[in-house]
Design a protein around this ligand. Structure first.
Ligand code: FAD
Ligand code: NAD
Length: 474
């Protein structure tokens, strides 16, 4: 029986960093991963690299370029004539990026000294792990510590089960080989908006059915309001308060039935993407008597430091509470590997950034204005529009704004909310500032290069005290 200091089950963005850090900490470690592509081949990197973050960003980038070439190049004085879509080439680029990144993970594990095992892992009692290899052969492994990082899977709608053809999950929607004429998207969450944007830009008529009456309720109110305006301008037909009650597959597509404030409605589409959230994936992960407990929603129960109820068994990433984000999983994986090695480590759950990679891009960290208001703490806000940013104007990307929410008593930055160009990059400054408990004055006194988009955040901090330079203070 092979014995390791650490066995990680799951090689996604939570699992593989845990294995690499454990190896960096001079522990012997194996990382078991079961991800299989449609052709049966194995690949490290989990949902994120194979069917999530990376392929979606590849298509978002390509489709945005296509859209900009059609609608914005003329403003720059560039005439391009007839622009044609070569979807096969676009999809090939996506697949090539995914392939090279996932092969790269195998290389990173090896270089760090971690053993990468492709196949299925199952935790047994007494910190034993049953490993089933690609050839179906079973082997029992043992570890002093086990880290569970099995991730999540898409939630299915009972009335509209996935059929892999006309009713697909996000993975299926990343791999369409033709632009659907009419695309239905169930759920106006992050996946619905990102993939809805991709296919809309490539020419599909996109209807988004969202059960809630409010749009992007997790974002700051001013951001969701601004975002909705831009998504509508793009042509996303977002229908709020639309509860899907059934679906009728036909020869060429699907008729979606839903109820909203006006009563029973229906819409015909060619393809449907169901993007109503994801569930923790613990299928066949736990043997009998492991002591690991699940909560009522199926997440592995953990404490603040990702310890499960079983001694020396930890769990990280989408499998446990908290936002389902790759960077959250990565930090948990690294933290656990450090704690196992006896180091001091912690994840600061208060400053996990969120990004929606649409155009305009949306990013935030910390509390929304609404949350701060509800907390009762006196606050001030500063906003700065990208239309007043020289760099954004030069980029022909002046939609949106930066908004900062700070405490009145000690000036602590409580939240930063950005909608506009490169918001996902700009938010890093706010994350760092909040990680170090910076005040809005600290941001005000920090020099920002001119002309850059980051000046918008600087000016928003100044605006919080009504001392903005490049925009009238209100
Ligand atoms: P996963 O990435 O799901 O990895 C788990 C791995 O464990 C998988 O390879 C799985 O096969 C394997 N596994 C499961 N059970 C076993 C077992 N018993 N034995 C062996 N292996 C097993 N997040 C972001 O932060 N930014 C984004 O831009 C972003 N975009 C996304 C776009 C889409 C379309 C989707 C679907 C998700 C996106 N996410 C994004 C979310 C992100 O993908 C997840 O939060 C992240 O992948 C979770 O990492 P994980 O390691 O916990 O799980
Ligand atoms: P989500 O939770 O972001 O959104 C799901 C949406 O579907 C919600 O608005 C919900 O109200 C709605 N909904 C639920 N049931 C419905 C129903 N029956 N009919 C109509 N609407 C319904 O989930 P998602 O978009 O599927 O994404 C899953 C996870 O992946 C998220 O946790 C997200 O954080 C992660 N993700 C992140 C990124 C990113 O960081 N950019 C990108 C994609 C996915």
């Amino acid at each position: 029986m092979s014995e390791y200091d650490v066995i990680v089950i799951g090689g996604g963005p939570a699992g593989y960093p845990a294995a690499i850090r454990a190896a960096q900490n001079k522990l012997t470690v194996a990382c078991i991963d079961a991800w299989q592509n449609r052709d049966g081949s194995y690949a490290f990197g989990g949902t994120c690299l194979n069917a999530g973050c990376i392929p979606s960003k590849a298509l978002l980038e390509s489709s945005e370029l296509y859209h900009r070439a059609q609608h914005e190049f003329a403003a720059h004085g560039i005439k391009v004539g007839n622009i044609e879509l070569d979807l096969a080439a676009m999809q090939k680029r996506r697949a090539t990026i995914v392939k090279s990144m996932t092969v790269g993970i195998g290389g990173l594990l090896k270089a760090a000294g971690a053993v990468g095992l492709q196949g299925h892992g199952k935790l047994l009692s007494g910190n034993r792990v049953e490993f089933t290899g690609k050839d179906g052969k079973k082997e029992e492994l043992k570890a002093k510590q086990v880290i569970l990082a099995a991730g999540s899977s898409p939630t299915e709608l009972k009335s509209l089960p996935f059929d892999g053809k006309n009713v697909v999950d996000s993975w299926g929607a990343l791999e369409f080989d033709a632009v659907p004429k009419r695309l239905g998207v169930i759920g106006a969450g992050v996946i619905g908006l990102e993939l809805g944007s991709v296919w809309r830009r490539l020419g599909a008529e996109v209807v988004v059915l969202e059960a809630l009456d409010s749009f992007l309720p997790m974002a700051d109110g001013a951001i969701s309001k601004e975002a909705l305006k831009h998504y509508k301008k793009l042509g996303l037909d977002i229908r709020l308060g639309a509860k899907v009650s059934g679906a009728q597959p036909g020869a060429s597509g699907v008729t979606l039935k839903y109820t909203d404030a006006k009563g029973e409605q229906s819409v015909e589409v060619d393809k449907v993407v169901v993007a109503i959230g994801r569930r923790p994936y613990s299928q066949n992960l736990l043997g009998d008597d492991t002591g690991v407990q699940l909560d009522e929603r199926g997440f592995v129960k953990v404490d603040h430091d990702c310890r499960t109820d079983a001694p020396n068994v930890w769990a990280v990433g989408d499998l446990v509470r908290g936002p389902m984000l790759a960077h959250k999983g990565k930090e948990e994986g690294v933290m656990v590997a450090d704690l196992i090695a006896g180091k001091v480590a912690e994840v600061n759950y208060k400053v996990i950034p969120s990004v929606i990679y649409t155009a305009p891009e949306i990013a935030w960290v910390g509390q929304t204005e609404e949350e701060v208001k509800r907390s009762g703490r006196a606050y001030k806000i500063g906003s700065f529009p990208f239309s007043a940013s020289g760099r954004a104007r030069a980029m022909e990307a002046s939609a949106g704004f930066c908004k900062i929410v700070a405490a009145v008593d000690d000036d602590e930055i409580l939240g930063v909310h950005i909608i506009g160009p490169m918001a996902g990059e700009l938010i890093a400054e706010a994350v760092l500032a909040m990680e170090y408990a910076a005040s809005s004055e600290d941001l005000q006194r920090t020099i920002h290069a001119h002309p850059t988009l980051s000046e918008a955040l600087h000016e928003a901090a100044l605006a919080a005290d009504k001392i903005a330079i490049d925009f009238p203070n209100r």
